[in-house]
Design a protein around this ligand. Structure first.
Ligand SMILES: O=C[C@H](O)COP(=O)(O)O
Length: 328
């Protein structure tokens, strides 16, 4: 393929024609967009409003009752998804419930999007306040639509209302769409209001899976509700090391153009929040940054770190809504 080191599908291109790999030539590079639209301001279509109470923070929940300043702030409001590794940490999340929006059940020792046990999802659902949606990862999944659909059903039956699928074993958009269509059917047949999240990996070039910028199209064409990026290899490298801010902005633009929520994660730190807020992501997913010592494996989620993370998110939203250039 000529030009940039990865293929960048157009928003509605039938990607299943294209055997897209991020390839072995390295991460996405800043300024290499083939679209030329990266810095074009996009109109957020109000994707966040598609989530109904209690799925949203109060700012997003009541758009019609907002004043002008609040409406502007809402444009920059990001939902905070925190990933505990089990019931104990979920209880710590519950202590910080006022500062977070979504509790995301995973099993980090089984992978970046490692799936936890159904009974853990259920216990966590019971442990966190009922106005906080519980998300569950189905795993870093293989290209096996039947297997993955059944796992996704397990997650929704267990009480999760966001079902996240990491398309680890899919090497083409066509494979991703096949898996996600099966998941959407399995989940929505059981619980139509549940949200399905198609997740790819910012460091796809390291594992040979589907191009991260193809995720919005995969999500849209399979009937999913959100497109997400995380990192597959948790080795200290971060989202922006692999997909720089301008390409994350393109990811968000494509998701919004298809009426999807956009979610970004991958060893995100407080210092990334300025860029993430400007980009307009709807959800930021975090674990390491709110764990003791910043250690997602050995550390445990600390309520005061969740509060501090949220405080910085709020500061960024306020300052950007006011047009003040934020400090980062
Ligand atoms: O879904 C979010 C992930 O759990 C992010 O974890 P991380 O911040 O440690 O990369």
């Amino acid at each position: 393929m000529d030009g940039p080191d990865v293929h960048r599908p157009e928003a509605h291109e039938p990607d299943d024609r294209v055997p897209v790999h991020a390839g072995a030539r390295g991460p996405l590079r800043e300024g290499t967009s083939a679209t030329g639209q990266l810095r074009t301001p996009y109109q957020r279509p109000g994707a966040a409003e598609m989530m109904s109470p209690p799925h949203t923070s109060h700012v997003i929940r009541d758009p019609l009752r907002l004043g002008r300043a609040d409406r502007r702030r809402k444009e920059f409001t990001v939902l905070l998804l925190i990933s505990p590794d089990g019931v104990e940490e979920a209880l710590d999340c519950a202590k910080a419930a006022e500062h977070l929006d979504i509790v995301d059940v995973k099993k980090p020792d089984e992978g970046s999007l490692g799936a936890n046990f159904p009974w853990v999802i259920r216990e966590i659902r019971d442990a966190v306040p009922t106005d906080k949606p519980v998300s569950a990862t189905v795993g870093d999944v293989p290209y096996k639509p039947g297997t993955v659909a059944q796992a996704a059903l397990g997650a929704v039956v267990s009480g999760a209302t966001y079902i996240k699928v990491g398309l680890y074993g899919c090497t083409t958009p066509g494979q991703g769409i096949e898996v996600m269509r099966a998941v959407v059917r399995a989940v929505k047949d059981h619980r139509p209001e549940a949200l399905v999240v198609a997740s790819g990996y910012a460091d796809a070039h390291r594992i040979g899976c589907v191009n991260p910028l193809a995720l919005p199209d995969i999500a849209a064409r399979s009937g999913a509700d959100a497109a997400m990026l995380d990192t597959a290899v948790k080795d200290g490298t971060r989202l922006f090391d692999h997909v720089p801010p301008d390409l994350c902005a393109e990811f968000v633009r494509r998701a919004h153009a298809s009426g999807l929520l956009a979610a970004l994660a991958g060893s995100v730190e407080r210092s990334d929040l300025g860029a993430l807020t400007r980009i307009g992501t709807d959800i930021v997913g975090v674990r390491g940054a709110v764990c003791e010592g910043g250690d997602r494996d050995a550390g445990r989620i600390q309520p005061h770190l969740v509060a501090a993370f949220r405080a910085e998110m709020d500061r960024q939203a306020r300052e950007q809504a006011a047009g003040v250039p934020a400090a980062n």
